[in-house]
Design a protein. Structure first.
Length: 175
């Protein structure tokens, strides 16, 4: 998937608020940010719920999303407090277990609030669903041997979108 299809702007997200089939998900280590103000209608997925999934496999992911009220055909928009670190991990989990339409809110909650967009402090719960996962998609994962095999021939590009567009030199290389 192209990067532009993954990152969504605050403008795009604000238009999607309340639309059927679009689920906003706040993902972070600390629930206090969610409790103090989140995107209207957003559900909460904590880091501990996701980090437990590393060993729980697809059935754990399916149970978590079912309990959260997310359907297989929903467009899921993930965001976090600062830098979307945990939201990016959640994105990987969604893709690993076969969710087709998952995106990241550019700038996360901090940018959303800095742009004076609407927030809500009421906890949101959705009716449970029956979420089904597909087999783990290992193509979304780089393993140790993949990285070692890339030494001298591959580059791990950690540039921000602005750096990528300006074609600045990546900060981290393999090899």
């Amino acid at each position: 998937m192209r990067r532009t299809a993954v990152l969504v702007s605050g403008e795009w997200a604000e238009v999607q608020l309340g639309k059927p089939g679009v689920v906003f998900v706040a993902v972070d280590d600390d629930r206090s940010a969610y409790d103090s103000g989140h995107l209207p209608g957003a559900v909460w997925l904590g880091w501990s719920n996701l980090s437990d999934l590393t060993s729980a496999a697809a059935s754990g992911f399916a149970s978590l999303l079912s309990a959260t009220g997310i359907r297989n055909d929903d467009t899921v928009v993930l965001y976090g407090e600062v830098g979307n670190r945990v939201a990016a991990y959640a994105y990987w989990c969604f893709k690993l277990y076969g969710h087709e339409d998952v995106r990241l809110l550019a700038g996360g909650r901090k940018k959303w609030q800095a742009d004076a967009r609407p927030v809500d402090s009421h906890s949101v719960s959705r009716p449970p669903t029956h979420y089904l996962t597909s087999d783990d998609d290992a193509s979304t994962t780089a393993f140790r041997d993949d990285l070692l095999g890339g030494i001298g021939t591959a580059c791990l590009d950690s540039r921000s979108l602005e750096e990528f567009i300006a074609d600045r030199t990546p900060r981290h290389f393999i090899g």
